[in-house]
Design a protein around this ligand. Structure first.
Ligand SMILES: O=C(CO)COP(=O)(O)O
Length: 261
């Protein structure tokens, strides 16, 4: 069987409810026309306020390649005195299937620690969410030549206590902090692939040969120009995209170009 291919986008704090519904309606219709013989996992991660209607929107359109809806963050507790936070049970109730944990903006803007990401990873897996842990080094860490150590630390703490039975739900995104967003400089395909290899090696150390089956995506200024080279790298299982995927047609064009090459 051909290798599974992964495409996802994080909408960050950009689209409100109505805009997310329009976007998903368009993207679901377009995704139906992607090659039927490809084994694809597509996911879109909107803001919390759009999740309910986002789930309804993707359910209302039948597509050969249905879109999985994810949340951008999650409190690890089922309920409690955590004003402003959202629990796993609340996300489950809405039909959300995926939870993203440890996005660079959560780590660096909101100062989340590896230990906090670990609590969220364990809670997300316990509640059977597809669990997407993001890792990546800052520019300063890269300049000190400690990127590999940082990635290994984020993985070893972030995944502490994950059991082999939970691995099929786990996804990793490598998103170098310096490559993300409007001020980001895209990683070269060679650099990205080398770091993805470090991540895969660490996953094998943690979980044995089953660790090699965990999909690892690249994210950080993916665009129509650099996507083809990134996509064919041996250690990159999928692309996790921000700005270049926020227009449904542009996202579709990027994906269909890669799938038909
Ligand atoms: O943060 C990202 C995805 O989570 C990547 O964003 P950009 O593709 O806009 O750099």
């Amino acid at each position: 069987m051909a290798k599974k291919i992964y495409f996802g986008t994080n909408l960050k704090m950009y689209k409100g409810n109505a805009e997310v519904v329009d976007y998903l309606t368009q993207l679901s219709q377009l995704s139906d026309t992607l090659p039927a013989d490809k084994d694809l996992e597509l996911f879109v991660i909107p803001s919390f306020t759009a999740l309910s209607d986002a789930v309804a929107a993707v359910r209302s359109i039948s597509s050969k390649h249905p879109i999985m809806i994810g949340a951008q963050n999650m409190n690890p507790h089922d309920c409690g005195q955590f004003t402003g936070d959202i629990s796993p049970l609340m996300l489950k109730e809405l039909g959300v299937r995926l939870v993203m944990i440890g996005h660079s903006e959560r780590r660096h803007v909101f100062k989340e620690t590896d230990q906090e990401e670990n609590a969220k990873v364990l809670a997300a897996l316990k509640h059977q969410f597809v669990t997407l842990l993001c890792v990546g080094e800052t520019l300063e860490q890269k300049n000190y030549d400690i990127s590999d150590e940082i990635l290994r630390t984020q993985l070893k703490i972030g995944l502490h206590g994950v059991t082999p039975a939970q691995l099929p739900l786990l996804r990793i995104a490598y998103e170098p902090v310096w490559a993300i967003g409007t001020a980001g400089i895209p990683a070269s395909a060679d650099y990205a692939d080398a770091k993805q290899a470090v991540i895969k090696q660490c996953l094998i150390e943690l979980f044995g040969k089953e660790g090699n089956k965990i999909p690892v995506f690249y994210g950080g200024s993916v665009n129509p120009e650099n996507a083809p080279e990134l996509f064919v790298q041996p250690h990159i299982d999928g692309l996790f995209i921000g700005r270049s995927a926020w227009d449904a047609e542009k996202f579709y064009t990027l994906m269909s170009g890669l799938l038909t090459e």
